[in-house]
Design a protein around this ligand. Structure first.
Ligand SMILES: Cc1cc2nc3c(=O)[nH]c(=O)nc-3n(C[C@H](O)[C@H](O)[C@H](O)COP(=O)(O)OP(=O)(O)OC[C@H]3O[C@@H](n4cnc5c(N)ncnc54)[C@H](O)[C@@H]3O)c2cc1C
Length: 610
């Protein structure tokens, strides 16, 4: 039976007019009432080679697209009306752009841009600025990591000559190993014990230390022994303190995480980061993939030790329907939610240790809170006189008032001390630095600030407090902090919108406790101890809560696709050969060129925005 409101691509469909998932969503919503009156409880509605549960940008969508392009018949079954739940772009305020969730675009690391022809065929564009990331401080200074190691050296050198030389050498070693490390650490399905040691070796090489030495250091010890100025230290700790590569206070893991976090690229999607979801979806549909939106999965059917099908919930547009998987089910909803879908008893019977781990998978240390500010004019960075390069940066951090504060911050996070942590470390994005479309004709733009924050709120009476006055209090305090690093910022604010971890969880059931990266990092949740891509239940795979974490670099989906493709004998494809980061490094000059937009026509005259 053909599914009437599933978006279905066709191999011969012209690329210029792809079947859009938005179209399918609109139809899905319209058709929903007629379906909701009769349950299709467990009638097999469709059969596909592979079913992907959850169409997220990091895991589900790229895994599905690779496998579809490799010749399999793949269906994405998504609970929400649209794919890429955490990678939307809003016009929250007219004629501005805001990608409040996935804001920093890491897709430049991914081989998918070339493998899936996202730029050359499906209209995807990114841009970056000379500053990869930087920190800006209340004392009017800044410290910038640039794509050009000499520029980075000069910036660090303003704080300490020795630190300038050290970072210059480190960054050159990073560039030398950039492709190799991305391949080993990120675009390989882990756990892979063989590759693990290679990763540690490269980390050691970057910092000029042995594996043994690194293995007993926290992030703080390594940074302290490598850099003498606090500003350099506060800059290097940012991505680690954000829990992007490991737990900063874990011995070994913390030190290796500092090295791993130097292997990123950062950029912005033109037209907002949702452009990545759109391009990937076009590619998926163009190769014949099927998308079921507004279809929450209630259960993954396991029979005779194999994942066989998914059963939709009663509030899906096909209430209770069964969609069968001939060969594989990929769960992109994370450890806890996957356990729910399989059933504790079923998982326990297969692997009780893993079942327990999934049940208690740690998710509550690192929730997200985001503010989108509509401001009038440019960011008034207080450190522009110190180094005007800050005015070109798309990604800056407010990163503590001292190195001691940076240490206290992590202790506060671990101790669930919300107010101890809050306001110390804010990730600040200025979309307009890469994308001129983000500025309205009046000169308004959106600035987005995110902070990691523990979820429990026990000192405030529990997580229900997220819906209370704390929301406004956080915004008030954050405005003050922003004003202290960008004097006059508060006067430029026209409006602001605040997201808390509970809001984030509400829009995505996989993001338990507002954890947006697949799970916290801790001693027992690092590279070798994340969820396996290949689960002990046959034909069941994971693409979330794995190593590495989520993000727009789409490594988890790439790896899940590799594993499934190997198992199904379709891995060897002439197009599936590109190496991570290679495209970005080859095109860096072009990606740094500022974009301009044609003069806008007054509203209503029919002029098209580019
Ligand atoms: C506030 C915030 C800030 C962020 N900042 C950045 C950033 O700057 N840069 C960056 O790269 N990333 C960022 N991220 C993280 C990034 O967005 C995520 O890591 C990424 O989108 C995760 O993709 P995923 O495929 O792993 O999982 P998800 O996007 O979580 O996908 C899971 C999908 O499964 C669906 N689902 C859940 N339950 C069911 C069910 N029962 N049946 C069917 N479907 C189901 C969900 O609706 C969802 O679409 C941020 C996220 C948030 C929320």
């Amino acid at each position: 039976m053909r599914s009437p409101c599933a978006a279905r691509g066709g191999r011969r469909r012209p690329v210029s007019a792809p079947c859009s998932h938005r179209f399918s969503c609109t139809r899905a919503r319209h058709l929903a009432p007629s379906f909701s009156t009769r349950s299709m409880r467990e009638t097999t509605m469709e059969t596909h080679d592979v079913i992907v549960v959850g169409g997220g940008i990091s895991g589900g969508l790229p895994a599905a697209t690779y496998l579809q392009k490799a010749g399999l018949d793949v269906a994405i079954v998504e609970a929400r009306p649209e794919l890429g739940n955490f990678c939307p772009t809003h016009e929250t305020w007219p004629e501005t752009l805001d990608s409040p969730h996935a804001s920093i675009n890491f897709s430049g690391n991914s081989p998918a841009i070339e493998d899936l022809e996202l730029e050359s065929k499906y209209g995807y564009r990114i841009r970056t600025t000379p500053v990869l990331l930087g920190t800006t401080h209340r004392d009017g200074t800044n410290c910038l990591i640039c794509y050009d190691p000499e520029q980075t050296g000069r910036s660090f050198g303003r704080h300490s000559e020795a630190d300038g030389e050290t970072i210059f050498e480190i960054q050159n070693r990073v560039l030398e190993k950039m492709v190799e490390m991305n391949e080993l650490a990120f675009y390989s399905p882990h756990p892979d014990v063989g590759k693990f040691e290679e990763i540690l070796k490269v980390c050691g090489y970057v910092f000029g230390r042995s594996i043994d030495e690194m293995s007993s250091m926290t992030a703080y010890e390594l940074i302290e022994l490598t850099f003498e100025s606090d500003k350099a230290r506060q800059t290097l700790i940012c991505p680690v303190a954000l829990h992007l590569q490991g737990a900063p206070l874990s011995r070994g893991q913390g030190a290796f995480a500092v090295a791993l976090s130097l292997f990123y690229t950062t950029a912005m999607g033109i037209g907002g980061n949702e452009a990545l979801v759109e391009a990937m979806t076009r590619c998926f549909l163009d190769h014949g993939g099927t998308i079921y939106t507004s279809c929450p999965v209630e259960r993954v059917e396991v029979d005779d030790g194999k994942a066989r099908a998914v059963i939709l919930s009663e509030d899906a547009v096909y209430p209770g329907a069964r969609i069968e998987a001939r060969n594989a089910v990929i769960s992109n909803v994370g450890a806890r939610k996957t356990l729910e879908l399989i059933g504790e008893r079923t998982m326990d019977a297969v692997d009780s240790r893993l079942a327990t781990k999934m049940k208690y998978w740690k998710m509550d240390e690192r929730g997200s809170t985001v503010t989108s500010w509509l401001i009038d004019g440019e960011m008034p960075w207080g450190s522009a006189e110190f180094d005007p390069l800050v005015d070109k940066a798309h990604l800056m951090y407010r990163a503590y008032d001292s190195w001691q504060d940076a240490k206290d911050y992590v202790m506060a996070m671990i101790n669930n001390d919300t107010w101890g942590a809050f306001g110390n470390m804010i990730e600040i994005l200025d979309y307009a630095k890469c994308d001129p479309n983000a500025v309205s004709p009046e000169g308004y733009r959106v600035i987005r600030g995110e902070e990691a924050i523990p979820y429990p709120l026990r000192r405030e009476g529990g997580p229900e407090a997220w819906d209370g006055p704390i929301r406004d209090e956080m915004l008030r305090r954050r405005n003050d902090v922003m004003d202290s690093i960008a004097p006059g910022f508060k006067e430029r604010i026209i409006e602001a919108f605040q997201w808390t971890p509970i809001d984030i969880w509400r829009v995505n059931p996989a993001a338990v406790y507002g954890q947006v990266l697949g799970g916290d990092f801790s001693e027992d949740q690092w590279i070798l101890d994340r969820m396996p891509y290949r689960m002990p239940i046959r034909r069941l795979y994971m693409s979330n809560s794995v190593w590495p974490l989520g993000l727009t670099w789409m490594a988890a989906g790439y790896n899940a696709a590799q594993v499934v493709a190997e198992d199904l004998g379709v891995r060897h494809q002439s197009w599936w050969t590109h190496r991570p980061v290679a495209w970005f490094l080859e095109n860096i000059e072009r990606l740094l060129e500022p974009l301009t937009i044609a003069a806008r026509e007054p509203v209503g005259t029919g002029g098209d925005r580019p």
